[in-house]
Design a protein around this ligand. Sequence first.
Ligand code: ZN
Length: 311
Amino acid sequence: MLTLKKLLLSSLGSKPTSINFPICKVNFDMSYKTPSIEELCRRMQIEEEEEGGLVLEGPKIEQQGQEFQWCLVGRFLSDRIVNFQAMKNTLASIWRPVKGVSIKDLGPNLFLFQFFHELDISRVQSNGPWTFDNLLLITKRLSIGEQPSKIQLFHTELWVQVYDLPLGFMTERIAQEIGKFMGVFLEVDQNNFVGSWKNYMRIRIAMDVRNPLKRRMKLKKPGGDWVWINFKYERLPVFCFYCGLLGHSDKFCMDLFNNPDSKDERAYGTWLKAPPRKQLSHDDSQWLRTSASMEFSYTRWCGCRFLHRTS
Ligand SMILES: [Zn+2]
C-alpha cells in the first residue's frame, strides 16, 4: 500500500496547489486550519507505527511460560469485598500445597494463584469447589498466552449426588447424560459401580453459575414410565432459595425485589445440600462388611489396637 507521504510527494510533484488523496487514513476536520505537510507526515508516521506488530517467539517467552505453567485465575462469586490477607492465609492453610503457592491480587475481585508443581495445582483443581467466608471461588487454569483479565470465569465444578435412580440406571452412560443435562459432564465416581448397594450416584460436573441450580430431572426407559431423579450438591456454597442462583441469599435477590408479591415462595432449600459423606471410623468391626467386599480385604491388623485401612 502506498504511504501518505509518497502520495503527498507525488501529488506535490505534479500539481503543487491541488493535493489528491486516493487512499487516506487521516480524517480532516475542515473547521480547523489545513494541516501542514509536516503535520500530515507526522500523523502518518504514528499510524504506520500503530499498524506494525511484534511477533514474540523464542526461548525467553517459553521460559516465562514455564514459570507460570501452574497458575489458576480466580474470582469470588459475590459483590462483597474480600479481605485479601485473610483469604490468602485461609486458602493456603486449607490447600497446604507441598511446593507452596503465591497469591496475587489482580483486582478488582480477580486473583492469581501460582503453584509450583503439577500435583499441587491438580489436587486443588480436582478437590474444589473452594470457598472463603462462604463465597464461592471460581477458578480457571491459565494457559500460556492468555491474559488473566480476559478469562471468562463463569463455570464451577461440583460433585452432585443423584438420588432415586431406578435399578439398572446407575451406569456410566446415564451418568454422562445427567452430567450434560446439568452442564458439562466431567467424571463419575467409580465407587458407584463397585461394592454394595448405593442409594445415590456421584457425578462431577461443571455448571454455569449464571444458571440456577438444577433440582431434578425426568428419565424414562424405553417402554417404561417417567421417573424423577433428584439432585443434591456436595459442599454447596451460599445460594438463593428464591431464584436458585449461586452467590447470594434470598435477602439480596433482585428477582425477589422485582416480584414482591411472591415474597413467601421458595422453590429451593437446604435440601439441595448433600449430607456429609460417611467417614471411615476406627471402631468398625473387623468382620462387619460396611460397603465393598474389596474394602473388607484391605482391612488389616497393624499391631496397634486400631484397625487401619491400607488404601
Ligand atoms: Zn436470587
